[in-house]
Design a protein around this ligand. Structure first.
Ligand code: ATP
Ligand code: MG
Ligand code: MG
Length: 383
């Protein structure tokens, strides 16, 4: 059998394992936590730190290709693996996506070609940088340069005094101040590029966040205009090409109240907003990643049904009376038209923790949205 490898043992790794196994691959996962979603599904779990030389050697020796499902795996480790096997995406691409500063620079340097700019921003590394903030960058959001996700490592700031306090609270680590933009809605685009340079782009997704965490993804998005879709998809294709990227890449955009498009950030891997592709597209984002890694032709990205994805957070285990966790009514959710439930095999639900998702597919978007509303009522999620 042909083996593929994944750095990281979370739910993205788990869904990758399932997709790759369906195609006949064996999958090895490298992850420090023994009890992890991808580890339970994998054919082989290498339980070690992401920087462990011996473990990296074992993974690269066993697999024809390795990818990452966790965007903060040290880029250095990806480079080490590349000495022995094919690595997609490569260390340089992963490294750009790991730093908000490098990511913004990449977007800015390629704005002419892509047609999109990032939000106005400034690096904050010292008290002097705070003094130097231009008036029109405020109000803004102070974001850590590294390791932020689900809105963690972000503080909303109105004044220079707020920035000073937030900077200190984050331990004076280098941050990025971004101007707060008037968002109309948010979209993301998944693109994939093969080893031979051929690229594909999936239908654009409209995303709603709650408390900094993705809440729903709707495709086709009710607010998305044809022009916005074309612009974002064209930009994604330019950016993936300029990166020389191989594999699945997700790019998030803001659509402002004046209709203009701003590029927010990118994830060098399949993405939560791309989970709809599992149930609604010919080739899921995870099957696409396996194809790119194995240097096979990329798959058809055609969407065959309108879809709405709802993230299932640990919160739904605690709805209703009392504080004790109780299993949600999956039987009622699964009875809804077009429901596909995906649970990640995590056995300790906590508030704000991603436990699974449910995707509703239907002949029309209205029917899918109707099932979504009923699911929220069943699970006690306010809409
Ligand atoms: P993810 O989990 O998607 O990786 P993250 O923690 O990396 O999230 P961002 O995507 O940068 O963070 O921001 C999270 C959310 O905060 C955005 O989806 C958007 O709703 C809001 N946001 C971020 N930056 C801005 C901005 N400059 N103006 C207005 N809203 C913003
Ligand atoms: Mg992010
Ligand atoms: Mg984001």
């Amino acid at each position: 059998p042909t083996w593929l490898g994944v750095m990281g043992g979370g739910q993205l790794g788990r869904m990758f394992v399932h997709a790759a196994q369906m195609m006949g691959f064996k999958v090895a996962v490298l992850e420090p936590a023994k009890d992890c979603p991808a580890g339970h599904a994998a054919d082989h779990l290498i339980c070690a730190g992401y920087g462990d030389e011996q473990a990296l050697g074992e993974l690269a020796g066993q697999c024809v290709a390795v990818t990452t499902e966790f965007e903060n795996v040290p880029a250095q480790s990806m480079a080490r693996l590349a000495d022995h096997c094919f690595v997609a995406p490569n260390a340089a691409c992963v490294s750009v996506a790991q730093s908000r500063i490098e990511e913004k620079r990449f977007f800015t340097d390629n704005a002419q070609a892509s047609g999109v700019l990032p939000a106005p921003h400034k690096t904050i590394a010292s008290l002097q940088d705070i003094e130097d903030i231009a008036d029109d960058l405020l109000p803004g959001i102070l974001k850590t340069v590294r390791m932020g996700y689900d809105g963690k490592g972000q503080v909303r700031v109105k004044t220079r005094e707020d920035v000073r306090a937030a900077f200190e609270k984050m331990g004076n680590v280098t941050c990025l101040l971004e101007k707060m933009l008037p968002l109309a809605y948010e979209v993301s685009v998944l693109a994939a590029r093969g080893h031979n340079g051929a690229s594909v782009v999936y239908p654009i997704a409209e995303n709603v966040h709650r408390d900094g965490i993705l809440f729903t993804t709707t495709v086709p998005g009710p607010n998305v205009t044809a022009e916005c879709a074309r612009k974002a998809q064209d930009a994604a294709l330019v950016l993936i090409e300029r990166l020389g990227y191989v594999g699945v890449l997700c790019i998030e955009f803001f659509v402002l109240q004046d209709g203009s498009l701003v590029v927010n950030e990118m994830a060098p891997r399949p993405h939560n907003s791309g989970h709809y592709t599992i149930d609604a597209c010919v080739t899921s984002q995870f099957a696409q990643q396996a194809r790119a890694m194995a240097r096979l032709p990329l798959g058809d990205v055609r969407q065959h049904s309108p879809a709405v994805m709802l993230n299932i957070l640990g919160d739904v285990w605690f709805e209703g009376e009392g504080n004790a966790a109780r299993e949600p009514a999956w039987d009622a959710v699964l009875a809804l038209p077009g429901a596909n439930l995906h649970l990640y095999g995590k056995d300790d639900p906590r508030r704000g923790r991603k436990m699974g998702h449910v995707t509703f597919v239907a002949p029309t978007l209205a029917e899918a949205q109707d099932s979504l509303r009923q699911a929220c009522a069943i699970l006690g999620i306010p809409l």
